[in-house]
Design a protein around this ligand. Structure first.
Ligand code: AMP
Ligand code: MN
Ligand code: ZN
Length: 891
């Protein structure tokens, strides 16, 4: 068994080259076996015989006790047991799992040990899952898929809003983190992305083919210009202003701009009768145009307007953007193929509405659900008269509903799936990717013909089934894009989906991490999966590492922003730890043989976890936590207490990141020479770019940040502190169930609400000058490229002048009555954070609005997607971010 595990190690670590066996027989995947199958067979055989043998052991109870009375049996059992445990422990250690040492003391019950095994199994299985996914071609590592030999442009772009702050060591750090990046297309967008936590408002401002005119809200540029994201104000205030301004327009704003036209769309007779399928032109003989100028786009629109049908598809990127970006549009007519660079023409794409909303022109898509949303979100494009071949495939009950199946079935074309998850932001687009994208629409009109014919055929010539597909397609075009909205409950939705049970501390940690992730993702315009994948967030919440390095150890690979902000994250985890546990949870802890305090002191053991070696673990080392000999997991034998302190401390010598270790304060400071002292002071004046990765010794957390009211740590921590205080109070109330208390609380809350209202009003008054400045500066205002990276600056600055003055008031000057005050969360209405509904809540609640809107008429089968804080970017089967919203039509 030991041999087997050794073998496993060498294969897992991928160190075949170091293995003499392997280098001798290079073709072997698993040393000693001719192929993976042979290894699996052998492994399975071993497992089966082990299972059989264990089933043959005397069972617990009388039989076992009887056998145990023979010393030979007892000895054998113990030695075998030790061997097994040693082996398990080695496997667990190999996978960087918490395995032994302190868990071996008497206090650690069987349950706790069992948990350890379960945890390790989870880790190992997850790793296996990742490797299988990778082998399966699912790109978990998120390296863009590139055609062979293609070199991505070596452009180094750090975080988008940090661009330009290329001062010394900082930019070095970013180069390290982002060297693999493709240029961020967002940087070129004329209209900046609106990641604010406000519902999506349609981008449309001209409505071609209207039967009902566009509501004034959309055509009135003045109102639209004053969207809150154009103001440099705190998010909460922006929400409030937004609400005030838009109240009277709410109905218009959230209705589908082409609702009326779609309602009145009838499919003409000619489209319900049997067509003669028109064969597609061979790809080689078809003209392909790459459209990346407005002129060409206008010409294309004119061409399309003269047709009776065309096929459309989009390619999209979602990993390095919060909302996602449509990168490409493919259009095929019967004669020609077009590829539109939608990154280049993003702001001009809307002109295609003329053709897209023309009810006499059929737009053929395959699986248009997301396309419809992306068109609205990025371009303000709508589709009137859609035929979705995916819907047709369903109605025809085809074996599979993917486009590649249709291609195979109707055109005998084998499509190449390789680029499905390619990074479509790459420019210039490699030939292979263009060809791939083109094939998505090239055959679609022919397929559309064939499917219509089949739909009629299979229904004995009656149009019922075909009509049904037209209706289903119309339902798809009714879809409205919904922005992911962060609410105080979003994290619970995600937690529920993950089916994990957390105690109060873990849940608090999870909630804080969720809020951090959402905020950072919006601010940096990254997907939440890029900022911190959900499975890592869960791991951190479960482990609640004591040290920042423990957080790093929970992540593999460590996301760049986690590395950068590990100290902020650590603060959040600490806050989680500070939460009082519920009585039942404390009892559960005790049952496991650990008091809460002790539990909190068991540091995380991870492969990179240096925390257990940090200075703080030494004083905590109590007598019965003496480390014992390596490799034994659960031995029952009493360990000896003669291990001297020296040995312990040598065992626990702090692990160091030697490369980046900061200078330690030497014991003999005095003994330094003058030159040495000078050198030291010079060294100390440098800022180590790797500070953030170092152990917390020397407190590299920006302490001021904690108390600086403009900082995000302050904001988050303050907010959740309030909440935790409130929760404590709630728990006490539940205990007492005294009406008086409840009354008092209500009174207090209403006082706080009044206060919050006042503060809103006050801040609103204060904001007027800022707004004024915004308007003033618009006249001579050249738009400034994004500068700093402070919180609340995710929105574009209207002008240099405004930015400077805002900076002045926010940062340099102490907050006074006249100057702008950052929103004070302490004054906030606490009810916002609890589950109950605040009655006359003046605070803008996007979810509430969204819910109202949700009640309105929606096409059937459309799921709400308000939970979309969750966007795991690892495309696991059925787990992709988009997967939450609808099943992907497989290609
Ligand atoms: P398609 O309509 O198949 O060309 O896909 C359009 C876009 O959807 C692609 O560019 C991908 O960004 C995305 N996509 C397609 N299939 C998947 C999938 N299985 N998981 C996640 N994203 C996908
Ligand atoms: Mn598509
Ligand atoms: Zn496509």
């Amino acid at each position: 068994m030991m041999k087997a595990s050794k073998k496993k190690e060498s294969t897992n670590s991928g160190s075949l080259d170091d293995d003499p066996d392997a280098s001798r027989e290079e073709s072997e995947i698993c040393p000693g076996f001719k192929d993976a199958d042979a290894f699996v067979k052998y492994g399975l055989g071993a497992v089966i015989s082990a299972t059989k043998a264990s089933a043959g052991l005397p069972v617990a109870g009388d039989e076992y006790d009887f056998y145990r009375s023979f010393p030979g049996f007892q000895e054998f059992c113990e030695s075998q047991g030790d061997k097994l445990l040693h082996c398990m422990s080695q496997i667990m250690q190999h996978h960087g799992c918490r395995s032994h040492i302190r868990d071996r003391n008497k206090l650690t019950g069987l349950e706790e040990r069992f948990d350890l095994v379960v945890d390790s199994n989870d880790v190992i299985l997850e790793r296996a899952g990742i490797l299988l996914d990778e082998a399966d071609g699912v790109n978990r590592s998120q390296n863009p898929v590139m055609p062979a030999g293609f070199q991505p442009p070596k452009i180094v772009v750090s975080s988008w809003n940090r661009k330009g702050s290329s001062s010394g060591s900082r930019s070095e750090t970013f180069r390290l983190l982002h060297a693999k990046n493709v240029a961020r297309p967002q940087l070129k967008f004329k209209e900046k992305v609106d990641n604010s936590n406000t519902p999506f408002v349609p981008k449309i401002f001209i409505k071609p083919n209207a039967l009902k005119p566009l509501p004034t809200y959309f055509s009135n540029k003045q109102i639209r210009k004053e969207r809150p994201e154009d103001l440099d104000v705190p998010a909460a205030l922006a929400d409030f202003i937004h609400q005030q301004r838009t109240q009277e327009h709410v109905d218009d704003m959230f209705a589908h701009p082409y609702q009326y036209e779609l309602d009145h769309l009838t499919i003409p007779e000619r489209l319900l009768s049997k067509p003669e399928p028109q064969m597609y032109k061979p790809m080689a003989e078809t003209k392909l145009s790459f459209i990346d100028s407005l002129e060409d786009l206008v010409a294309l629109n004119e061409k399309l307007c003269r047709l009776s049908e065309f096929a459309v598809d989009l390619e999209h990127h979602s990993y390095r953007s919060f909302l996602g970006i449509t990168c490409l549009m493919q259009i095929s007519t019967r004669e020609e193929d077009f590829i539109i660079d939608t990154l280049e023409l993003r702001s001009e794409m809307h002109i295609l509405n003329e053709a897209f909303t023309d009810p006499t022109i059929v737009k053929v898509f395959h699986g248009a659900d997301s396309d419809i949303e992306w068109l609205q979100r990025d371009f303000g494009l709508y589709v009137v008269n859609l035929f979705d071949t995916h819907q047709a495939s369903r109605a025809l009950n085809m074996a599979r509903h993917s486009l590649d199946h249709l291609l195979k079935n109707f055109c005998n074309v084998n499509s190449d799936k390789r680029y499905q998850l390619a990074d479509w932001r790459i420019r210039p687009l490699p030939e292979e990717m263009i060809e791939y994208a083109r094939a998505d629409t090239h055959y679609l009109l022919y397929i559309y013909d064939c499917m219509r014919a089949q739909l009629l055929e299979s229904n004995h010539g009656q149009p019922g089934l075909l009509q049904c597909v037209w209706n289903k397609s119309k339902d798809v075009s009714f879809k409205k894009y919904m922005k992911p909205i962060f609410t105080e409950e979003s994290y619970l939705e995600l937690q529920r989906k993950q089916k994990r049970s957390f105690n109060t501390q873990q849940l608090t940690t999870f909630r804080l991490l969720y809020a951090w992730r959402d905020k950072l993702a919006r601010q940096e315009d990254e997907s939440t999966g890029y900022v911190l994948p959900t499975h890592m967030m869960i791991k951190i919440s479960e482990e609640m590492p004591k040290e920042p390095q423990g957080i790093i150890a929970c992540c593999n690979p460590v996301p760049p922003l986690v590395r950068q902000q590990v100290n902020e994250l650590h603060l959040l985890v600490q806050q989680g730890r500070e939460m009082p546990l519920l009585k039942a949870e404390v009892a559960a802890q005790k049952k496991k043989g650990l008091t809460t305090i002790k539990k909190a002191e068991v540091p995380l053991f991870g492969p990179h976890d240096t925390s257990r070696g940090s200075e703080s673990s030494h004083p905590q080392l109590i007598a019965d936590e003496v480390p014992v000999k390596q490799g034994i997991l659960f031995s029952e034998e009493d360990y000896k207490m003669d291990v001297d302190e020296q040995k312990i401390s040598s065992l626990l010598a702090p692990a160091k990141i030697t490369l980046f270790q900061e200078l330690e304060t030497p014991a003999g400071q005095k003994s330094l020479s003058v030159a040495q002292m000078k050198a030291r002071s010079i060294t100390e004046s440098f800022e180590n770019p790797f500070r953030m990765y170092l152990p917390s010794t020397g407190a590299h957390v920006n302490k001021n940040a904690k108390f600086d009211p403009s900082s995000k740590i302050f904001e988050i921590s303050k907010r959740w502190k309030l909440q935790s205080a409130e929760q404590q109070q709630k728990e006490m109330e539940v205990k007492k169930k005294s009406k008086e208390d409840a009354k008092q609380k209500a009174k207090k809350l209403s006082e706080e609400r009044t206060k919050a209202k006042q503060s809103y009003q006050e801040s609103l008054r204060n904001i007027v000058p800022v707004r004024q400045q915004a308007t003033d500066s618009k006249d001579g205002g050249r738009k400034k490229a994004r500068g700093g990276s402070e919180v609340g600056e995710m929105t574009p600055k209207p002008s240099k002048k405004l930015m400077k003055s805002a900076e002045k008031s926010q940062k340099t000057e102490p907050p006074s009555e006249e100057t702008f005050k950052p929103f004070d969360y302490a004054q906030s209405d606490l009810k916002v954070f609890d589950g109950s509904k605040a009655k006359d809540n003046t605070q803008f609640d996007p979810n509430r609005q969204a819910q109202d809107f949700r009640k309105k008429k929606r096409p059937q089968g459309q799921k709400n997607n308000f939970s979309s804080g969750n966007r795991s970017m690892s495309y696991m089967k059925g787990k992709s971010d988009r997967g939450f919203r609808h099943a992907w039509p497989k290609r």
